[in-house]
Design a protein. Sequence first.
Length: 181
Amino acid sequence: MIMSRVTIKDKTFETSIPETEILERVKQVANRINKDFEGKTPLFLAVLNGSFMYASDLMKNITIPCEISFVKLASYEGTTSTGAIKEVIGLNNDISGREVIIVEDIVDTGATMKRMLETLGTRNPAGLHICTLLLKPGKLAVPLNIEYAAFEIPNDFIVGYGLDYDQEGRNLRDIYTLVKD
Ligand code: 5GP
Ligand code: MG
Ligand code: MG
């Protein structure tokens, strides 16, 4: 693999997963979903901003009837002492009785995904399924049934392929990892 370095703001990153490898794995995940949801019409719910590139490449390989929609997680400071609370916004689909596949860029501690599951769970879906591009098993602090994870990665901070460092780097085609100094 050709290693290259990029600088984003004050940080240096180096190639970790090249685009060719990402696309290969994404296709494999899509093929599993095509099999697992045959005869159903799942609703893919992609969580913006981070999952936009993954969602796009994933959907190009889905061959069963399906829908895709997008939600966002808005953070705001709570009035209680708990600090940042994340609220799911933009969900205007009726998900009751639907097989919902949540498309995320990364599951780190799992707190965000737990929040998603709680919010969506109140709307009576037939099933809620997690389809994340990246998973950091070493950081996962919440029990989650993650059915689809394209890559399991170490605890290091990564950017590219939709993921940002301070809002930059989402446009990079490959995934890069932070170079520790
Ligand atoms: P969690 O709630 O699972 O701890 O964190 C999930 C969110 O943290 C992700 O949706 C993502 O925005 C951010 N995150 C966690 N790890 C990384 C990482 O290595 N790189 C980037 N760019 N964001 C990360
Ligand atoms: Mg995300
Ligand atoms: Mg971010």
